[in-house]
Ligand binder design. Sequence first.
Ligand code: PLP
Length: 427
Amino acid sequence: MITNDLTSKNGHLMIGGVDSVDLAKKYGTPLYVFDVSQIRSQIRKFKSAFEGAGLKYQVSYASKAFAVKAIYQVMKQEDVHIDVVSGGELHTALAAGFPSEKISFHGNNKSFDELVMAVQNHVGVIMLDNFHEIEMLSRILKTDDEKINVMLRLTPGISAHTHKYDQTGQTDSKFGFDVESGQAKEAMKQVLDDSNMNLLGIHAHIGSQIFGTQGFVMLAQKMIAISKDFQKEFNYWPEVINLGGGFGISYNEDDDPITANEFIKQIADELKQNCDNVPEIWIEPGRSIVGPSGYTLYEIGSRKDIPDLTPYVSVDGGMGDNIRPALYQAKYEAVVANKMDEPIVETAHIAGKYCESGDIMIDQQPLPETVPGDILAVLDTGAYGYSMAMNYNRNPRPAVVFVEDGQDKLVVKRETYQDLTSLDLDY
Ligand SMILES: *Cc1c(COP(=O)(O)O)cnc(C)c1O
């Protein structure tokens, strides 16, 4: 989202029909707020694009972007699948009542215990990533006399970095089986030979915050070529081709995201032209589902003016609730939620409260005249914000509120100081 999509009333930013300044008063700051109807509409856009393109499909929410019980419950209501990448995410999804058969379990180093947990809870698919895992899973299935669906995660030699694509012979990645060197074929042979594993298909994920359709079309072509090659060798044709996630969103006006319709239509054309038996297509969006619907509300506090330099305006959160600017130089935009109608008078650095010089939330933020107590709303913080939050400097993690149809509901409580010491023991 960029700032001109926002709605305001009496000078206050409105989120899902609720006054954001009232939310900050009611629940305190920092506060994560999610506009749930926007999450639902994003999912429905993906679904209707697939339906329009006439493809069998599955949308699987990559829950590492934001993984709390309430979001799993929204995903259940929207009847989509989810990806989990750890025992903790699996536990949270199951605790939320999410159906295990719609869960895909990912990860490049799943532990034995995590695999046992996945098998015992009958997850829908285990995304096999390496030979060690095939061997462990095979043992677990034999011991427990269980069968399970698996897919092979491949590194097909395409990786997308936002605006650039590499198509190299061999992808240097910690994830998946390399296609070029023959690892993927060896993995397929092992899986097809194991009668407790049902190979549902192949998977690849080429990056994150990707713009343009080219990378995904290249990936679809490559996955078809790989499938044809495997078919010759093993007489196996995938039921599912999973193209992963990574669809970019607009954090600022330089970002130009693709619409679901554009890339799904192009992929459908590619598949229909090149396959007699078009597999089901799965995608795994994370950021694009929850990112644009999320806002973080902060209270503005201190200010530092330095002659001839950009002033620093500090807020009561920072890298503990949003590590992305410090970690990836991610860029955000913000508005002053209680001064939406006031003219912009300056540009400031928005600084966090953490004891790191690098804790700068926004490098150059246009602002109206601000005073301590004003509410700053940082936009598009729904993905990889709360899910990466931490307690550096022993700051409690903020609460999370869902808003929809003019109603607000607390879905994650604010951590307390007692919570911070609840695992500490005396010495
Ligand atoms: C992280 C991840 C995703 C989601 O990526 P987004 O950029 O959030 O859409 C999808 N699939 C896999 C395997 C991932 O690791």
